[in-house]
Design a protein around this ligand. Sequence first.
Ligand code: CP
Length: 302
Amino acid sequence: MSIQMERSVKDRSLLGLKSLSRFEIESILNRAAHWDEQHVKVQNVLKDKFVANMFFENSTRTRCSFEVAEKRLGAEVINFSTSASSVEKGESIYDTVRTLESMGMDAGVIRLKPIGLLEQIAERVKMPLINAGDGNNEHPTQALLDLYTMRKHFGQLDGLHVAIVGDIEHSRVARSNLYALRKFGANVSFCAPDNMRAHDLDAPYVTMGEALQADVVMMLRVQLERHESEVMHSTEAYRAEYGLTLERVAQMKKHAIIMHPAPVNRNVEIDDEVVEAESARIFEQMANGVPVRMAVLERALV
Ligand code: CP
C-alpha cells in the first residue's frame, strides 16, 4: 500500500529561492520545460481553482505572465489592483490577503514593498502564496526564468560565469539569482559603483572589463524610486562607466549572452541597439516567464 504524503501549504508556497534545494529548483525548471513544449494553449490542470494576483506594487511582466500562466492552466483569475481597492482607504496588506482568502481563493500571487511582511502573512494564511517580488529581498520566479533561459542556451548551469551589473543593493533579482545559481555551481560576480553595492551579499565585485568576460552579462535597471538620496550625477556618466554599449558588447565572448529582467532604461544601463542584439535574451526571458510560472502554479495547486 502506498502512502500519499500531503504536501503542506508551506511546501506549496514559493517565498524565495534561498531556502529551496537544488533538487526543488531543478524540478521546477524541468516542469517548465514540459510546459514550454506544449502546443495546446489552454489545459484543464487548474480547472475550478481560483488564483488571486495581488500586486501592491506596479508590474507589467510578472503580473501579465502570471495571468497568462494561470489562464493557460485553466484557472479562474482574480486581479487585485491597489489603486482601485480599499488599500486606498487604509486597509492593510494582511487584511487584503485575508479578505481574498476568505472568499475562497486557492492560491495568491503577491508583490509588495515591505521586507519581511510576506513571511509574516504566509505564517497566518492557509492558502499557498507565491512571491512576485518583495522589496529588495527576493524575486524567485524572475530568477527561475533567468536560470531556465541560461540552461536552455548553455545546456547546464554548473561552472557558468554570471556577472550581474548595476544597482545590486536594491535588486531582489540579483539576490534570488545569486542564491539559486550558487546551488548549481555557477560562479556569480557583481559589478556596481560603490553606492549601489549590497553589503549583505558576499559575491566578489569585479570591474566592468572583467564583467564583460562572463558567459552571462546580466544588466540591472537603476532603481531610482528605491534610492533615498541621489545615486548618480547623470545618466550619461552612469552609461559611460557601467552602461552596456555596442563597444562593450564587442568585447564580450562570442558565446556569451546578455540578460536584463526589464523594464530597461534604454541608453542608461543598456543601449537601445543592444536590447534586441543577437546575443540579447531579454524578450526570450519574458517569454520563458510563462512556462516557468505555470510550473510554479502547478506546484502550488496540484
Ligand atoms: N522583471 C519584472 O519583474 O518586471 P515587472 O516589474 O514589469 O513585473
